[in-house]
Structures are given as C-alpha cells and as structure tokens.
Write a new protein. Structure first.
Length: 95
C-alpha cells in the first residue's frame, strides 16, 4: 500500500510541475512560442505524461486558466465572507 500512495503523490507532483512549468514558459515566451518539449523538460517529465493529464498544450493552458480563475473567485468570496458580508454570486464563464 505504501507504494501506491507514493505513486499517487508522484503523479500529483507531475501534474503540478507541468502546470508550474507551463505558467513560467507561457509568461516568458508566450503561448505560441512555448513548446511541449520545453514544458516537459522543465517539469522533469516526458511528453506522454503531459498528454495523459492535459491531452495537449492547449489543454494545459486551459487548466492553468481555470485554476487561476477559480483561485480568484475563491479569494473574492473569502474576502467578503470573512468580513461578515452576505453575498450571492451568479456568473457564467464562456471560453
């Protein structure tokens, strides 16, 4: 069982490393110039690992955007609810 939990930790780490590498390279070079080869090299994984988690470079980019948006929404909600303000949110995101 210990081996399975270690494998799951490594898998989660690989996905996180891919997202971090993608964020860094997209910021440094822009989406079009950042290559899958550079992303996986920086993350320390192989191309099949990227394709397993995200299916494509575009899938990785969309996951990064979704993560950023959800963190922003979470921060917004926490800011207002921590101050005792009651809020009702209704929004839609279309990509």
């Amino acid at each position: 069982m210990k081996r399975q939990s270690l494998k799951k930790t490594n898998e989660g780490d690989a996905k996180t490393r891919l997202m971090e590498a993608g964020i860094a390279l997209f910021a440094e070079q822009g989406y079009a110039s950042a290559s899958v080869r550079e992303i996986v090299a920086r993350a320390g994984v192989t191309k099949p690992v990227l394709y397993y988690y995200f299916e494509s470079k575009e899938g990785l980019f969309q996951s990064i955007l979704n993560h950023a948006v959800m963190n922003g929404v979470r921060s917004f909600i926490l800011t207002f609810t921590n101050k005792g303000t009651s809020i009702k949110l209704s929004f839609s995101v279309r990509i």
